[in-house]
Write a protein that binds this ligand. Sequence first.
Ligand SMILES: *[C@@H]1O[C@H](CO)[C@@H](O)[C@H](O)[C@H]1NC(C)=O
Ligand SMILES: *[C@@H]1O[C@H](CO)[C@@H](O)[C@H](O)[C@H]1NC(C)=O
Ligand SMILES: *[C@@H]1O[C@H](CO)[C@@H](O)[C@H](O)[C@H]1NC(C)=O
Ligand SMILES: *[C@@H]1O[C@H](CO)[C@@H](O)[C@H](O)[C@H]1NC(C)=O
Ligand SMILES: *[C@@H]1O[C@H](CO)[C@@H](O)[C@H](O)[C@H]1NC(C)=O
Ligand SMILES: *[C@@H]1O[C@H](CO)[C@@H](O)[C@H](O)[C@H]1NC(C)=O
Ligand SMILES: *[C@@H]1O[C@H](CO)[C@@H](O)[C@H](O)[C@H]1NC(C)=O
Ligand SMILES: *[C@@H]1O[C@H](CO)[C@@H](O)[C@H](O)[C@H]1NC(C)=O
Length: 905
Amino acid sequence: MDGKWRCHWAWSCTLWCVLAYTVSEFTGKSIVMATGKNSMHHKQGRRKLDDVTGSICIDCGIAEGLDYTDDKTQIHYTSDAQFIGTGTSKSISHKFISDTPQRTFTNVRSFPEGKKNCYTLRHPEGRNTIYLIRASFMYGNYDDLNKLPQFDLYIGVNLWDTVMFENATHVVIKEILHVPSLDELYVCLLNTDKGTPFISALEVRHFDHSSYRTKSELLSLYRRFDIGSTTNEIVRYDKDVYDRMWYPYNLPDSTPLNTSFTVDSLNHTAYHLPSAVMKTAVRPTNENDSLEFEFDTGQPTSESYVYMHFAEIEVLNENECRAFDITLNGKLWAEYVTPTYLQSNTIDGNQSIRGSKLKFSMHKKPNSTHPPILNAMEIYIVKEFLHSPTNQDDVKAIIDIKSHYKLTSSVGKSWQGDPCAPSKYSWNGLNCSNNGYNPPTITALYLASSGLGGTIIASFLELKFLESLDLSNNSLTGPLPDFSQLQHLKALNLSGNRLSGEIPSLLKERSNNGSLLLSVDGNLDLCREGPCEEDKMNIAPLVAGILSVVVFFIVLGIVLNIIWRRRCNRKPASKQAVRLNEEVVLKTNNTQFTYSQISTITNNFDKMIGKGGCGIVYLGSLQDGTQVAVKMLLPKCPQGSQQFQTEAQLLMRVHHKNLASFVGYCNEVGHTGIIYEYMAYGNLEEYLSDARREPLSWRQRIQIAVDAAQGIEYLHHGCKPPIIHRDIKTANILLNEKMQAKVADFGFSKLFSAENESHVSTVVIGTLGYLDPEYYTSSRLTEKSDVYSFGIVLLELITGQPAIIKGHQNTHIAQWVNNFLAKGDIQQIVDPRLRGDFDFGSVWKALEAAIACVPSISIQRPSMSYIVGELKESLEMEAAREKEGINSIEINVVDLEALCGPDAR
Ligand SMILES: *[C@@H]1O[C@H](CO)[C@@H](O)[C@H](O)[C@H]1NC(C)=O
Ligand SMILES: *[C@@H]1O[C@H](CO)[C@@H](O)[C@H](O)[C@H]1NC(C)=O
Ligand SMILES: *[C@@H]1O[C@H](CO)[C@@H](O)[C@H](O)[C@H]1NC(C)=O
Ligand SMILES: *[C@@H]1O[C@H](CO)[C@@H](O)[C@H](O)[C@H]1NC(C)=O
Ligand SMILES: *[C@@H]1O[C@H](CO)[C@@H](O)[C@H](O)[C@H]1NC(C)=O
Ligand SMILES: *[C@@H]1O[C@H](CO)[C@@H](O)[C@H](O)[C@H]1NC(C)=O
Ligand SMILES: *[C@@H]1O[C@H](CO)[C@@H](O)[C@H](O)[C@H]1NC(C)=O
Ligand SMILES: *[C@@H]1O[C@H](CO)[C@@H](O)[C@H](O)[C@H]1NC(C)=O
């Protein structure tokens, strides 16, 4: 057997669903030859013939085991049972059976349940090679409703086409060429409330990689014509080894030509064109005319690829020739085409054509003796990829979870296709991040009361972006995996299971310091406290601590409430409102910098002045000498790009003397950065904690508090819609050389979309110690969350302590303050570095304001406007003291009644 024949046979094998040859004919080598450089096959070696590698032929809706070979096409069809777990099998109405072009149309699988139902196909030849996917539909009144349905067909996470019918016997066939980038391919039917989706047949074919070169991953078939057909029948397998379907077609004012010889009998091109198609053609009826024809795809925005196939089928004498030019929409598309006798040749124009109209004209060259001919042609339309599939690590993990626990509940049924996309059709029981830029990630998973048994498998730990996991009320046993690996995890509910062993120490630590809401109630064999004999009740003692602080503060709070409610009528300090566009797009303007400009500004990123989770801040200098801080986003930072966008969008529109001002940004592939004004004294956190620096005076501190409060107040009340910063903390308050404070880092900020909305539900974001407990438990975000965080900042300014006081046992600053307040020991609260050098009334006023900010119930907290008012008064008191040169008051015992005097009652 020579190489060519083996090659051809191997191709047939990968495409045939029929077992036409004996196994001994096939060797791994021949398959390697057939598929060229596809390295996968070297590994696979000998391939079994009875699997459907290379070709998948599914007759949807037939029972498992009822596989058959179609009489007409000789294609072997299998049941769809192994490709999908949902839907019901149906047969079309008897009266239409005789109308079916093929047996595959007599059964359908219909999907009365669920919004999205997907077939999962594994590419037999791996990714990055060309597949043809064909889905076929004929309604045939299979549901006895006599109502033609309409539904959407998706390939992966993107819309392929909408399926509609004209009558019960209308056969709809959708074909697409696909170069997959993922290992699994989903073909999904989406219910768009216009009838129940169903499908008759699904087929996958594999092409030689050198054919159909395009830059697009998805090409939807618009037309495929066998021109000049003498039989008027569709040509497909086994005449076409790739099983393309060639529809007979004749051009206007043309005359058919045919030959009885075989085209490409010895040498196939990469396109493997069927001789049956190539041996017929047309020429213009008047041989001096040109061949003219046109199509209209009906989509003005469409982008199409045209493939024209030629073979000379007339015998030309030595002094004769056939040569022609082809123009497309009036432009020369191919020049001097001279078909070879009985050898096919494809012209693809090498580029796509935009617009709905395709007007072809083929005219013979002046010295040509024969008119132009056309044997076959194909037109494909590019399908845009609008959505990206879910992060593939997440997909792998969640599929492992699905198959391990055999999820069969209603939740499990929706688990088909891509978990997160399209977002309207994401799986039940999970939430995804979806910022439109990065691939979606799974952020929350709710599998409470889902009948899960056995141990908690490690795949849960692969969901790296998980923020909330609920596995409560199942029958899970065994030890807890170390969920502390999930860095974003903020809530973990494992209650109501039968877990045993210990809680991993890091997990316990995060629960203790309040960064994780851990619930493990009702697991009787689980040991909760360090030495495992001790008794339970250790759910986030810190959170509990904060709550107990609150109980005390409520007493104070009631008093303070009366005060601030009385003052509520005061107008907000900033009356000027800025309108913020909801749909904000980064526009090119003079604030945009290129990466090379940024390089120059920062002197090649010479001086690093800060580093965060998602970015590095460099010192830079503009042409006029102004110093700036340049924050460059670290590549591969998962949420960074979104934060960058948010921040740049906000900064461009928000201007206030107490908000870090925006100089510009850089947004190039792989290089995103924001340029701010340079704040010489860095951030407040560093300043307060740096023992080498001169401690801030009380006057400076209260001025900083006023500045920051004004910045936040402006975000809340000066902007429409209001902006919630979401990450107020000392590290985000920057100080310039005049010790003026400005609020920075808007990466997590949130706009209220509607003005009337009182809150938004979000994924909880914030920093440990500053995070509003109510927001944390409810995910309901309001401006009061910033008020809480600002209260913590104020406490830090007063006490000089960090938000979480490290020690034998970590203590939250509110709890720490409370311990002294409870004892009436206010002296201990104030930062000793102030050495008593302050107006006591001023400090007390600030402390009152701070305490008013931190009740756990948000409605008990005042607005920022109130806080600004209080702090300004506090500042005035301190200023007055300094003016009058009054010395500090020695405080030993504090009389609460007396100190509250000036304001209350
Ligand atoms: C059904 O619709 C198809 C497609 O438009 C058409 O070709 C066919 O003639 C129609 N059949 C009947 C019975 O109307
Ligand atoms: C093929 O072409 C010849 C003329 O060249 C014509 O007589 C014959 O009918 C054609 N065959 C078919 C099947 O149309
Ligand atoms: C076979 O086709 C290839 C290109 O497809 C060409 O390079 C080669 O010369 C052809 N061989 C014969 C014998 O026609
Ligand atoms: C085509 O053009 C040539 C020369 O111009 C002429 O001799 C011939 O008769 C024309 N043929 C037809 C069919 O018009
Ligand atoms: C097709 O385009 C590619 C680049 O887009 C170019 O390298 C190649 O030479 C072109 N081929 C032809 C036949 O024009
Ligand atoms: C026709 O003209 C082209 C140049 O335009 C030339 O290359 C070709 O050889 C000519 N063919 C014949 C048969 O004269
Ligand atoms: C726990 O699950 C069972 C069924 O699995 C259900 O009947 C029960 O209501 C659930 N309990 C809670 C507290 O969710
Ligand atoms: C998940 O999504 C649902 C529905 O949009 C929402 O009610 C719920 O609060 C979300 N949970 C989290 C943790 O974001």
